[in-house]
Design a protein around this ligand. Structure first.
Ligand code: PEP
Length: 247
C-alpha cells in the first residue's frame, strides 16, 4: 500500500513574514493519511523547520549541489540540508534542467549525494510540449529515469520518489488529462519494475503540473498517481490544505 504524498514547491516566492503566515495556515490542517512536505526557498529552510516542529509536515530543499562542500559560491549541500533538519530534496526539476543547464549526469550525481546525506530525493522527470507532440514523451521520460538508474542502481529507488511533471503543464494552468498522467506513471513504474518488481510496485510516483484544489481529486484517484508535487497552488494555505485532503 503506497501512502499518498502532497509536496508544495514554493520556488523563489514569498518573504519571511508571508512564509511564516503560510506555515501557520497549513501546520494545523493536515491529517495522518497523507505525507505532506514543503520546499521553501533555501534561505528560510531552517526557520520553516523550526516553525513546523511538532507538526506532521516535513521540509525539504528545492536543490542542492552534488558535492559535500567546497568552493562553490552560492550553493548548498545535501549535508547542510540534513544538518538543519531537512528530510527531502527535489532533484532535476524542469526549471533546474532548463534554466540552470542541469544535465542528466548532474541530476544523477545530486540524487546520489542526497541519499548519501541520509535524505530522500524526489526525482522530477517530464517531457516538453514539442517532445509530446512528436510522440516522444515516453522515450524522454524513460531516458531521464534510466540516467539515474544507471548511476545509482535500482536499490536506491527504495528510498526515493519520482515526480512526473510534464513541462508544458508546469505553471501554465494546463493540467495533463488524468488518463494521460496515469499512463505515464505506469510507464515509469514498469521501467523500475523491470529491474526490481517490488521497488516498481512500491515507489511513490507523484504528478506535478498545475495541480489545484479543483483537479486534485480526479488526478489522485488514478491508481498509479500517489499524490502531487504542487507549485503555484501550494502558496495559498487554504488551497494547499484542500489538495492535501484530496490525497
Ligand atoms: C512545479 O513547479 O513543480 C509545479 C508543478 O508547478 P505548478 O503546480 O505551478 O504547475
Amino acid at each position: 500500500m503506497r501512502r499518498p504524498v502532497v509536496a508544495g514547491n514554493w520556488k523563489m516566492h514569498g518573504s519571511r513574514s508571508r512564509i511564516q503566515a503560510l506555515v501557520a495556515g497549513i501546520a494545523e490542517s493536515t491529517d495522518a493519511r497523507a505525507d505532506v512536505i514543503v520546499f521553501p526557498p533555501a534561505i528560510y529552510l531552517a526557520e520553516v523547520i523550526g516553525w513546523l516542529a511538532g507538526s506532521r509536515i516535513a521540509v525539504g530543499a528545492q536543490n542542492v549541489h552534488a558535492e559535500v562542500n567546497g568552493a562553490f559560491t552560492g550553493e548548498i549541500s545535501a549535508q547542510m540540508v540534513a544538518d538543519v533538519g531537512g528530510e527531502y530534496v527535489l532533484v532535476g526539476h524542469s526549471e533546474r534542467r532548463a534554466l540552470f543547464a542541469e544535465t542528466d549526469a548532474m541530476v544523477a550525481a545530486k540524487f546520489g549525494a542526497v541519499q548519501a546525506a541520509g535524505l530522500v530525493p524526489i526525482l522530477c522527470v517530464g517531457e516538453t510540449l514539442a517532445e509530446r507532440e512528436a510522440g516522444r514523451a515516453d522515450t524522454v521520460v524513460i531516458a531521464q529515469v534510466d540516467a539515474v538508474l544507471a548511476a545509482v542502481g535500482i536499490q536506491a529507488f527504495a528510498r526515493a520518489m519520482i515526480a512526473y511533471e510534464p513541462v508544458w503543464a508546469i505553471g501554465t494552468g494546463r493540467t495533463a488529462a488524468p488518463a494521460d498522467a496515469q499512463a505515464m506513471h505506469v510507464v515509469i513504474r514498469r521501467r523500475l519494475a523491470a529491474a526490481d518488481t517490488g521497488i516498481g510496485a512500491e515507489v511513490r510516483v507523484l504528478y506535478g503540473g498545475s495541480v489545484n484544489a479543483g483537479n486534485a481529486q480526479t488526478l489522485f484517484a488514478q491508481p498509479d498517481i500517489d499524490g502531487g508535487l504542487v507549485g503555484g497552488a501550494s502558496l495559498d494555505g487554504d488551497e494547499f490544505t484542500r489538495i492535501c485532503k484530496a490525497a
